[in-house]
Structure formats: C-alpha cells, structure tokens
Design a protein around this ligand. Structure first.
Ligand code: DGJ
Length: 734
C-alpha cells in the first residue's frame, strides 16, 4: 500500500501519513492537541515511519499545548504542511482569506482524511491521471475553527514513477461569504541543504534557458503575472544540493499544471530552514466564495531525485508521457509537417500553398500547415483577428478546395488559429467593442495591435468556439496550431461584477481550457499543437490538451540547442515543436548546415518551416534523407530515456545528448560541434544510459564495444571541419 496512516504515536504526535513511490517517501505528521499538520520528510524511500523526532517539537519552542506563551515562536518555526498566514508564521503562506468582517488570519488544522484508490479529476482543470491500480490518493481535510473555512489537501502517489501530485480544494463551510486572496497548491518545508535553485528563464525567441542561483537568506521567487505561463519565467523550480550534476546530488522539483499567473518561491529563514511554495500568483487574484461554495486550485507535480538532475528529468518525461498527455497522438508518430509561416509570412494564396505542398509531398513530407493570414482581411498582423471566415481572394476556390487538393497529393492539412484575440480593426470588434478585456471606460493597451477577448463571458466563449469549429467542420482538417500572441493587461471586464474582477485572470485560463476541451471532444482525431508567440505557453496545463507545443519562434539550430536543453530538462522530446527552417536564420541571421538543422529538429517533433520550392537544390536533396532519418529514429526519440551528456550553454563549444530505448538495446546520441577549436583532434564523450553488460555496434563501424567501456572510458568524436557541424551516433546491441 503506497499510503499508510499510523495513529497515536506519542502525546505530541497524533498521527503520521507515509506516502511511498518506488524510490521516495513523503511523511506528514498530525501534531499536538490542535492537530497541526507538519511536514516531516521528503527524500529517499524509508523502511519505517518512526521519524517524528526530526520535527524538533521536543526542543523549544514546544508545542502550544505545553507552551502557549510562545505560540508565535512555534508557528514561525514549525515545518508546516500547508501554512496559513496571519497568526504568527511569518514565512510565505499558502493561503489567504478575507472574511466579511475584514479579518485575515487563518489556521488550517487536521480534521479527517480518506485514502482513495486512483486519482480524482480536478473540476475544470487539467491534471494528471492514473488507473486505480496505478496510483492512490490521500485527501486530508483541514479546518479553521474560527471561520469554518476548510481546505482539502489532495496527494496522489504513483506506482510506476517517483512523482507525487498535490492540489487543494477550498470550501466555505461558514455562514458568510468570504474572499480567497491567495491559494498556493504546494509547500515543502525542509532543512536547508545549501541548495541551488534551478529555474527556466527567457524571453521571446529565447525561452527556457536554464538558470542556477544559490539560495541565500531571504526569498527567491519566479513568477508570471502576464496571464499566461510566459516566455520570461516558467512555472518550475528545482532545489538542488550543492554540486548536483546529471548523476549526483539531491533534487526537489515542483512543476505547475497551469497556464496562467503563477508564483514559485524558495525562502531561507532565520533557522536555516527552507520553504518552497508554488501556486496561482496572488497578485490580481481575489475569488469570492459564498457559503457552501468551493474553489479548486490547480495541481503541482513534485519529484525528488537522489541521483541528480538526469533522474529528475526522466521521472518527468515518464510521468508526462504516461499520466498527462492524452488523445489519439499520445503514443503515435506525428506526421512530418511543413508550415508556411517562415516560407511566406502573409504573402500566400492557393497556388503558392499548392506549389509548396506538391514539392513537399514529392520529398516525403506528410502534412501542410497553413499559418497566419488565411482569414478576413488579414494581410498583415495589424487586423482581422476574430474574423474567422476564409479570405477567398487569397484562397481562391475556398478552404475545402485547398484541403482537397492537398489531400490529393497524399498529404494531411493543418490550420492556424489565434482564437483568444480580437483586433480593433475587425468586424468582430466593430460589432462588439466591449468583448475585449479592458478596464471599463478606459482604452486598453495594445500589443501587436490586438486585444484579448473576454472569454469569461459565456457568449464570447461560445462565439469563439463556434467560429473555430465551423472552419474545422468545413473541410478535412487534421491538425490545429492554436496560437496566442499577446499577454493579458488592463484587467477588467464589462461582464464581471466589481467584487469578482479579481477572478478574471483565473476564469480566463479556465475558459481557454474549456475551449480546447470542447474542440478535442468534437474533433478527437485532431493533432493539436499549442503555441504562444513561440513558446510562451509551453506548460503542463496545455500539454493536457495538446501532445506537442511550439517551442520557440527561434528556429536557429544553435539557439535551439539551449532552448531545447532547458525544455527537455522537464518535457519529453515528443512534446517539443521543432522545425528545420531556411538560412540565414530569420531570427539571428546565422547560417548553419542543413544537416545540423535536421539533427537538432530530430530531438523534437520534427518538421519544416521554409519555402521548399526556393531553398538551395543541395538542401532540398537532403530532405528525403532527413525524412528517412525521422522515420528510423522517431519511436526511439519519442519513447526512450533522455540523457544529457554535455551542454553548449555551459561549455560554449559543443552539445551532446542521447536517447536510450527502455530495453537498452538501442541508443541514439547527437553531438553538435558549435565552435571548431583549432589544433584539436577529437573530443572524448562518455555515453550514458547503456547497459554495462551489453555489447554495442556503432552504425557505420565494424568494431563492437562494451556498454561499460563506452560509458566509463568513453568514445572519441573526431573534430569536424568548421563550426555548427553535427553527428548522430547510433548504437544497436550487437
Ligand atoms: C507566432 C508563432 O509562434 C509563429 O509560429 C506564427 O504562427 C506567428 N505567430 C503567426 O502570427
């Protein structure tokens, strides 16, 4: 049984919950007469539950029933499982409320619990899932005796992977309305292990660069108040003990299954304890809860690794592949697509698209994706968002004609939408000027000359859904790229009453989830790729609806090494939208070999984003080879275990990573020599993830090597002439 409860262990310790995953244990205590919930342990799996001594409740300050004189000292030092603020715990709290009388202090202590086979769904929210024999859940009900306010803490432990998920349901069981001003989903109170915080930082075209900083006294927080998870920061943090690398060190990581405002922080306190919390960002958040009403907070996914970052990465990959990603394409190879954005931008028509499709189909490409510019008066990015009717001046003969022609070439057809937006210059805005998010009576701030639709209004949401669905019903469309090209601002709604304006950010995210849920229910065969001005909404929330997400608008192979390294630190390669594009690269102006562009895109979904009728002949000739490469390796790339061997981001010269099949019979490593080094003959790399007892043949070589030797003594990669060169090394069991 993965969840156990042990009762009445001592005068002070009323109960202990022990949650076990294959290699980790998580322990919570119910302490003292008031039944405080204390966090006792998270780490390597334990074979016993007698560990309440580490709570320090025998040291001063003693528990309140023995020393109420120093109650505040107790509250401010006790490792809380779900800390509430306002009564004497001065560290970052997880929950804030404001009662009708304006009071804010809160204590959430244990009332009861239940252990549930499987995992309940979270109403209206994306969340991980597992069958009854694959996971167990624990719900701990806590209550503030003063207000009757309750919180149900939900934990799920999985049998097959070292993951624990957490979420919180708030219940107003009192007699009066109140406001929730803050709700985080997860907290870890631990002793400091001299941690470094690892996070993913970025910007447009520079998403998810790995950042490591020491955690010192004070608070370090990573957050977004942009209405989406954002290019700039990512809803992820890992605390890693000093010296952690891919194989060694302790890592505690949290990742948020949510696509809106978030905050994750690590605070080192006066006693060198550390508190890590994660949840919806409290800024701009205020949720009215009437008596009897509930609020469901989103889920946090947590993992602990005692074997460095590599183990953490592989746990996330397995977990997302098996317990979050859904649908038709969950475990399937994706069609190789060609997208016309970098090929044509807004300058295209039916003939141009058919010419691209024709040439592409001859080279083995399997799907044409028509990007931005096919609807309304959308001749550039200044207008027409919201007018989801086909522009027949561009698409002569209509959409169905184009799709049929593409299908006749043996290709699938995909289409781009940006459903959440409205351009001031659009028929939609002229008809409904109050449908945009804006402070009533004040002109909103433009971004890319567009506003965000107020999807919290039912009529706006329904209209938006119907506009998209109508197009999807009109032709054989098998893929959708769902874009979002600006972040939220001017938070206000012509629909929400003033006391609920603080609900807009979260209601907006729920509305996006509802739209995508409806779309996937009506069109379950669709391959959905989420996107947000590149990778600004690459998060586990969106992954629940789409098995792949466009990773970045920066398609330069070298920039992508850094972006994809950060992304792959958490996300399976099968989720990372990656294309071969034309050079000089449209974002950075760099020219890289076509071969290298293919190798780098292979560590993602793989596709093309170029005018295949115009690229140099020698590049075009390489496409059938790359198509064959994709078909040969994609099962391995999608399903294998990922290992990071070297990081160009760290060493500034070369990058190396690999995927190894679960049975360790096959492996594929990619080596990119970013900068050639004069007077340098070869680099020795040490493969990872192989079976030391197996013997492997490297494709193209006669010699057979032992896995042990390849991992311990390494393998030499000969220097390649020139910069930006790459090589695949394919190993098969001999
Ligand atoms: C941003 C996306 O990331 C691009 O790929 C492209 O679809 C443009 N939007 C279109 O406006």
């Amino acid at each position: 049984m993965a969840i156990q409860y042990y009762q009445n262990l001592s005068d002070d310790v009323k109960g202990i919950f022990k949650l076990d995953t294959p290699n980790t244990s998580y322990v919570i205590g119910v302490v003292d007469e008031e039944k405080f919930l204390g966090h006792i342990y998270y780490g390597q799996r334990l074979n016993d539950y007698h560990l309440a001594h580490v709570l320090r409740i025998q040291e001063g300050p003693f528990v309140p029933s023995k020393n109420n004189r120093d109650r505040v000292s107790f509250l401010d030092s006790f490792p809380m499982e779900y800390p509430a603020g306002g009564l004497g715990d001065y560290r970052e709290s997880c929950i804030g409320i404001e009662t009708k009388g304006g009071n804010m202090g809160l204590a959430l202590n244990y009332v009861s619990h239940k252990i549930i086979p499987g995992k309940p769904e979270l109403c209206g929210l994306p969340s991980s899932f597992g069958k009854e024999d694959a996971c167990n859940s624990l719900e701990i009900l806590c209550e503030d005796p003063h207000t009757g306010f309750r919180a149900a803490l939900l934990y799920t432990v999985f049998e097959d992977v070292d993951m624990i998920t957490r979420s919180v349901r708030l219940i107003n069981d009192g007699k009066e309305e109140l406001f929730v001003t803050k709700v985080f989903s997860s907290c870890l109170d631990m002793d400091n292990h001299d941690f470094e915080a690892i996070s993913l930082h970025g910007s447009w075209a520079r998403e998810r660069h790995i950042q490591k900083v020491p955690v010192s006294h004070g608070k370090l927080s990573i957050e977004s108040i942009r209405g989406e998870s954002s290019h700039q920061d990512h809803p992820f943090m890992a605390l890693a003990s000093k010296g952690t690398d891919q194989e060694h060190g302790e890592v505690y990581a949290m990742h948020f299954v949510y696509s809106g405002n978030f905050k994750v922080s690590a605070q080192s306190d006066q006693f060198d304890q550390i508190r890590m919390v994660m949840g919806i960002h409290p800024e701009g958040f205020k949720w009215k809860l009437m008596p009897g009403e509930e609020f469901q907070a989103p889920e946090v996914v947590m993992t602990y690794s005692s074997e460095g970052l590599g183990r953490m990465t592989r746990s996330f990959h397995d977990f997302y592949r098996n317990h979050l990603i859904r649908g038709e394409y969950k475990d399937k190879k994706r069609p190789i697509l060609i997208n016309n954005w970098e090929a044509t931008y807004f300058e295209f028509d039916t003939d141009k698209l058919i010419a691209i499709a024709k040439q592409a189909s001859e080279l083995g490409i399997e799907m044409l994706v028509m990007d931005d510019g096919w609807f309304g008066n959308r001749c550039d990015d200044n207008r027409a968002l919201g007018d989801w009717t086909v522009n027949e001046e561009k698409l002569r003969g209509g959409l169905k004609y184009l799709v049929d022609e593409v299908n006749k070439l043996g290709m699938k057809f995909g289409i781009w939408f940006e459903p959440e937006m409205i351009s001031p210059d659009s028929d939609l805005c002229r008809a409904h000027p109050d449908w945009a998010i804006a402070i009533p009576g004040k002109e909103g701030s433009l971004c890319r000359n567009q506003y965000v639709l107020d999807l919290t209004r039912r009529e706006v949401l329904d209209h938006t859904y119907e506009s998209v669905a109508k197009i999807l019903r009109s032709a054989n469309i098998e893929y959708v790229k769902w874009d979002m090209n600006r972040q939220l601002s001017d938070i206000g709604s012509a629909f929400l009453p003033p006391e609920q304006m603080g609900e807009l950010y979260h209601r907006y995210v729920l509305a996006v989830y509802e739209l995508q849920r409806r779309m996937m229910e009506e069109f379950p065969y669709l391959l959905l790729e989420n996107c947000s001005g590149g990778g600004a909404r690459f998060d586990p929330g969106m992954l629940y609806y789409s098995p792949q997400i466009w990773c970045s608008d920066d398609t330069d192979a070298i920039e992508r090494l850094i972006i994809q390294e950060g992304t792959a630190m958490i996300y399976p390669l099968s989720t990372i939208g990656a294309h071969v594009s034309d050079c000089p690269n449209h974002t950075v102006g760099r020219t890289t070999p076509f071969k290298t562009r293919g190798h780098v895109a292979l560590a993602g979904t793989f596709g093309y984003e170029l005018d295949v009728t115009k690229i140099p002949e020698e590049d075009r000739e390489m496409i059938p080879e790359q198509v064959a490469m994709y078909h040969k390796y994609n099962d391995l790339v999608r399903e294998g275990d990922y290992y990071r061997l070297a990081s160009y981001h760290e060493n500034h010269f070369y990058d190396c990573y690999g995927v190894v099949s679960k049975d360790q019979k096959e492996a594929l490593y990619t080596f990119v020599q970013v900068l050639n080094r004069p007077n340098h003959h070869s680099r020795r790399i040490y493969f990872k993830g192989l079976d030391p007892d197996k013997r492997y043949r490297i494709e193209g070589e006669e010699e057979v090597y032992s896995g042990d030797v390849l991992m311990k003594a390494g393998y030499l990669i000969r220097n390649m002439w020139g910069d930006y060169k790459s090589r695949l090394i394919h190993l098969m069991e001999a």
